[in-house]
Design a protein around this ligand. Structure first.
Ligand SMILES: Cc1ncc(COP(=O)(O)O)c(C=O)c1O
Length: 392
């Protein structure tokens, strides 16, 4: 059998080496704790599950949904953007429901990229932007991020040739994996650059509402005129601990939303309606559940930052996202080697920064989505490792 080139070109599984190590450790009977997974351990709020159960019993919700999502859901998304971001959207033309934002991200290049076209992606970054671009026949040009530049791209670094071929500029703030933030003035700069070069901005706002210390993350659509060139992916996954229910949205430029709708109507039949009903309840809720989740993540963040500092890692307390991104201790240069040594000696899995791109080398990422007692156990082991004690 000959598989298509796009499958053959898929990069190897991100954490293949680490997964092998985990398997080996587990085979030796060692209790491995992974700080690699970014999937909330906290359950979906119970009243949302109750709404889902109720909606599942209604036969109206047993039939094919529409790809673009129920008008009631799109209206609820519109209300969310109005109250949360002060952004007014036309729910008929500027909002579409998604089966998780990953689905929309993966389909967007099919709307905008032809063979030879370019996506501009940040390095380090969420891997789906690059793979989805490749599926559409395009290729990605990486904009290297650095600690010195606050993990923001510098548009002056884009060559005029790449700017001419570029069709999509992918941004993601609050950022995975670095936890970096973008200000409105950065978004203004991005919008001005995109307008000048006729490029669509796809802003991934998956971590909009996982924030700490009172920080409020902006939408790129808060920039005047951004809707002329931008769409934004937003998701209920992390905001409401709903990763398993697969519900998200793309909002923004009507022409791009229309193209995405047309692609999707040929690929999927939308989200189960009972889940859409649950999403409407979530979006119209007061923000109590979000705030109480963030208090828990913030407490975990504080403990994690303290222990990472004991390990000699360079770390700033992130104001958003589910991750702590930390520079390797002095004398260490290879993040995969470092993570390998840590897992060997402690059974605790850290993600090497190089898994997110070359510019992530020299850093590791840990996730805060582990129950308090497991996270405590992992941090305790790391602390003992930092003191030079034998852990396993
Ligand atoms: C940066 C980023 N974007 C998008 C997603 C996808 O989220 P979902 O498909 O659950 O909405 C993730 C998931 O981890 C992510 O980290």
């Amino acid at each position: 059998m000959r598989l298509a080139k796009r499958v053959q070109q898929l990069p190897p599984y991100l954490f293949a080496a680490i997964s092998k190590m985990i398997e080996d450790k587990q085979a030796q009977g060692i209790d491995v704790i992974s700080l690699g997974i970014g999937d909330p351990d906290l359950p979906t709020p119970m009243h949302l599950i109750a709404r889902l159960q109720e909606a599942a019993e209604d036969p109206v919700n047993h039939r094919y949904p529409e790809s673009e999502g129920l008008p009631e859901l799109r209206d609820a998304i519109g209300r969310w953007y109005a109250t949360r971001h002060g952004v007014t959207l036309d729910s008929a033309t500027e909002i579409i429901a998604l089966i998780g934002s990953k689905e929309g991200i993966a389909h967007l290049p099919l709307c905008l990229i032809d063979a030879g076209d370019v996506s501009l992606i940040t390095d380090p970054g969420y891997p789906v932007y690059e793979v989805a671009t490749m599926f559409a026949g395009g290729h990605s040009v990486k904009l290297p991020l650095s600690e010195e530049n606050g993990w923001l791209p510098n548009f002056e670094d884009v060559s005029s040739d790449d700017a001419e071929k570029a069709r999509i500029l992918w941004l993601n703030y609050p950022n995975n994996p670095t936890g970096a933030l973008a200000s409105i003035s950065f978004f203004e700069e991005a919008v001005a650059w995109a307008k000048k070069h006729d490029v669509v901005i796809a802003h991934d706002l998956a971590y909009a509402d996982v924030t700490y210390d009172g920080y409020i993350a902006p939408s790129i659509l808060e920039v005047e005129g951004a809707i002329d060139v931008a769409i934004e992916f937003n998701s209920l996954s992390k905001t409401f601990n709903m990763t398993g229910w697969r519900v998200a949205m793309a909002v923004g430029n009507a022409e791009v939303i229309d193209a995405l709708t047309r692609i999707k109507t040929n690929m999927d039949s939308g989200l189960p309606q009972a889940i859409q009903q649950m999403a409407i309840t979530a979006l119209d809720d007061p923000r109590d559940a979000i705030s109480s989740h963030n208090v828990i993540y913030q407490r975990r963040r504080d403990r994690a930052v303290q222990v990472l500092q004991e390990l000699g890692l360079r770390v700033e307390s992130p104001k958003a996202s589910l991750y702590v991104w930390a520079g390797l201790p002095i004398g260490e240069t290879n993040s995969a080697d470092y993570a390998e040594r840590v897992v060997k000696e402690t059974g605790v899995v850290l993600t090497p920064g190089s898994s997110y791109g070359d510019a992530g080398e020299g850093y590791i990422r840990i996730s805060l989505t582990l129950s308090d007692d497991r996270l405590d156990e992992a941090l305790e082991r790391l602390s003992r490792f930092a003191r030079g004690e034998t852990v396993l």
